[in-house]
Design a protein around this ligand. Structure first.
Ligand code: ATP
Length: 218
């Protein structure tokens, strides 16, 4: 089985996430892409994050009916902060025969030097990187060369590590959507049409005032 693991806080999930997972699944011929919801994100401030159950509900609504895209509660079962290396190690134990691909945007790739054991990631799962405004393809190539100098370039933006792990920069349309942008629009009382799936917008609009206040600070 070829499995994509798309990790994120999904605070909230938006169309950038959904489209990028579709692109990765098609480009890599993945059986499915699991959206692994960060239970205790170590890189984000604890304030300003929707409760896990709400992010889970939104993720489930966003992916409903989309072939090969599924939400995953995997990180909820792990103890401690949601570090990607730990999650990938646990996935390998759980699914020893699977070919795992960790999917992320270029902006996350170029910050991996700050992640816990970030260098180990492509040794645990192949790394598929999608373009995202904020870190262009040149920055991504430069980062790969500097952070994994032992990786051999195979051409076509593919690198192979001595242990066999692959790093691939995928070609996909740039979508300048972020959860920060979605939260900002919501705060300003503006429409979220085409930024998030319709059912996600509907649910966000019916959240109790108390939840919205904790999340958006208003
Ligand atoms: P925030 O704005 O709150 O930081 P975010 O939009 O970056 O949130 P995350 O849940 O942190 O969302 O992102 C999960 C993964 O999705 C990351 O690998 C990120 O790079 C990727 N991603 C998010 N939005 C896009 C996008 N528009 N295009 C490509 N990749 C994206």
């Amino acid at each position: 089985m070829r499995l994509g693991l798309f990790g994120g806080t999904f605070n909230p999930v938006h169309n950038g996430h959904v489209r990028m997972a579709v692109e990765a699944r098609e480009a890599l011929g993945l059986d499915r892409v699991e959206f692994v919801l960060a239970a205790r994100p170590p890189h984000k401030a604890a304030v300003g994050i929707l409760p896990f159950e709400v992010r889970w509900r939104l993720l489930s609504l966003a992916l409903c009916g989309l072939e090969g895209l599924t939400p995953s509660l995997f990180e909820q079962q792990l103890d401690g902060p949601s570090y990607t290396v730990r999650t990938l190690e646990a996935f390998r134990e759980r699914l020893p025969g699977a070919e795992l691909w960790f999917v992320c945007g270029t902006t996350d790739l170029v910050s991996m030097d700050k992640w816990m054991r970030g260098r180990d990631i492509p040794g645990l799962a192949h790394l598929a990187v999608l373009p995202r405004p904020g870190a262009d393809v040149e920055a991504a190539r430069g980062f790969v060369a500097a952070f994994w100098p032992e990786a051999a370039a195979e051409g076509g933006d593919v690198w192979r590590l001595p242990g066999g792990g692959l790093i691939r920069l995928l070609d996909a349309p740039l979508l300048d959507i972020s959860a920060t942008m979605v939260r900002g629009r919501l705060q300003q009382g503006r429409s979220l049409a085409c930024l998030v799936p319709q059912r996600v917008e509907e649910t966000l609009r019916t959240l109790p005032r108390r939840v919205l206040q904790n999340w958006l600070g208003r």
